[in-house]
Design a protein around this ligand. Structure first.
Ligand SMILES: [Cu+2]
Length: 465
């Protein structure tokens, strides 16, 4: 069988520089796969890059999600995959602050699954805990009030030991909570674009392949909203990009090809207090950012790309064309975010993320409660890496505020302000967060969101009492 590889123009230069050592590789580009059994990779020319797709929007109040078989369209051919309602990513669920949502999930897989609403604070029975597994042919109705701020959240499986496999095969989608009053003045409609970033890997027959590795499953090409190396035509105007790192283990470092700045306005927990111009944003698995990109000064016909500066991938190529709109004055200040009140006697807890499978020496056990947290108390949690990083640490049941980072990168980044539910730990780093569980008593999870670490046991149960 032919080996399939997907490369970007950046990869092509790399390839040439290294003397074509990935001989035999070919590339996939939109509808124009240039097949060759020769020694050079044939990469998508700009004109043949596939068009970015945007997942279909559905109302979260009364939604039906069927987890089952799907196809990943790679231009030249389709790969078998899994998806919600036959799509990967799944439909974008839309809700407003204060809504009561009801989402019926039907399991059409041949294994257990659950759905976790990452970023939403919901009762334990609605949180997709592995103990609430939905068996094959079973269904589960997830129903809860939307009690937190407007933000881009997401949904994905959380079954015991199988999360990495299920997410990699394609089970993931966005859940965007809106608040029209708080978001007034921001680009909307077709000027607001959700971007779900992940990577992929194909086997020798061109099928999406999952290889479980202790160090985390990483692929060798990007998928943006399920499209490899896509392109999009945008007007010379202001756009709002809602970006999610939906990869199993890959950290993306986002930047624009022309060094133009992105204006950061929000993250996991919604809008920040004020916007900030940044050149690069580092995003670990599970994290989200909300950015404005101003194309209003760009010439028609120009090309700009959103890049991953770590992988040196062109994630999304933008062709600028259409009617110019320079009149947009987006707000630069949003609602104040009160700091959680930390008293001098606040309880402190320490969590060491060790290697590939343990927190404080423990591997996850579904029926064991590892610690108890009084509801309504603000606590300080110290999160520390002890090998095996990056560890994107995620907490269910509440958002938190990042107080400090010592060691390693030794700073709190602009995209770590406000409310977070996932924070990236590199090796030798210790991050302190303030956290308070206000909404519900019950059992929740603290875990690494590198999904192979999570599946290997880097997860704890705790009970809010
Ligand atoms: Cu980890």
């Amino acid at each position: 069988m032919t080996a399939f590889r997907i490369g970007s123009p950046i990869d092509r230069r790399e390839f040439l520089r290294h003397g074509g050592r990935s001989a035999g590789a070919i590339a996939l580009g939109g509808g124009a796969l240039l097949q060759g059994c020769g020694s050079n990779p044939t990469l998508p020319e700009p004109e043949t890059r596939p068009t970015l797709r945007t997942p279909r929007d559905i109302d979260a109040a009364g939604a039906l999600l069927a987890a089952g078989a799907a196809e990943l369209d790679l231009g030249s051919h389709a790969s078998r995959a899994w998806g919600y309602n036959g799509a990967l990513p799944g439909p974008t669920l839309r809700a407003r602050v204060g809504d009561h949502v009801q989402i019926s999930v039907l399991n059409q897989l041949s294994e257990n699954t659950t759905v976790h609403w990452h970023g939403l604070v919901v009762p334990t029975a609605m949180d997709g805990h592995p103990a609430d597994a939905v068996p094959p042919a079973g269904s589960y109705v997830y129903e809860y009030p939307v009690v937190q701020r407007a933000a881009m959240n997401w949904y994905h499986p959380h079954p015991h030991g199988r999360t990495g496999q299920q997410v990699w095969r394609g089970l993931a989608g966005a859940l965007i909570v809106a608040d029209p009053a708080a978001e007034r003045g921001l680009p909307a409609g077709d000027r607001e674009i959700p971007l779900l970033l992940r990577d992929g890997l194909l086997d020798d027959s061109g099928q999406l392949e999952y290889r479980r590795r202790d160090s985390g499953m990483v692929g060798d090409f990007p998928l943006i909203n399920g499209v490899p190396y896509p392109a999009i035509t945008l007007a010379p105007a202001l756009y709002r990009l809602r970006v999610l790192n939906a990869a199993n283990a890959r950290v993306f470092r986002l930047g624009m090809s022309n060094a133009s700045r992105m204006t950061l306005i929000g993250n996991d927990g919604g809008l920040l207090e004020r916007s900030m111009d940044v050149n690069a944003i580092e995003l670990g698995p599970g994290e989200r950012v909300d950015v404005l990109v101003d194309l209003s000064g760009e010439a028609t016909g120009s090309r700009i790309s959103l890049r991953c500066l770590r992988a040196r991938w062109d994630l999304l190529e933008v062709y600028v064309s259409g009617e110019r709109d320079q009149g947009w004055g987006a707000p630069s200040a949003f609602a104040p975010i009160p700091r959680l009140p930390v008293s001098p006697g606040a309880r402190r807890r320490e969590f060491r993320f060790e290697g590939h499978r343990r927190i404080n020496g423990l591997e996850y056990h579904m029926d064991r409660i590892d610690f108890r947290v009084p509801r309504g108390d603000t606590e300080i949690w110290g999160l520390e890496s002890s090998g095996g990083a990056p560890h994107p640490v995620h907490v269910h049941g509440a958002s938190f505020q990042v107080l400090s980072r010592s060691g390693g990168r030794a700073q709190v980044f602009p995209w770590e302000q406000g409310w977070k539910d996932t924070v990236l730990l590199e090796d030798d780093e210790r991050v302190e967060v303030a956290i308070r569980f206000d909404a519900y008593a019950g059992v929740y999870l603290l875990h690494c969101h590198k999904l192979e670490h999570e599946d290997a046991g880097m997860m704890l149960n705790f009970e809010v009492t």
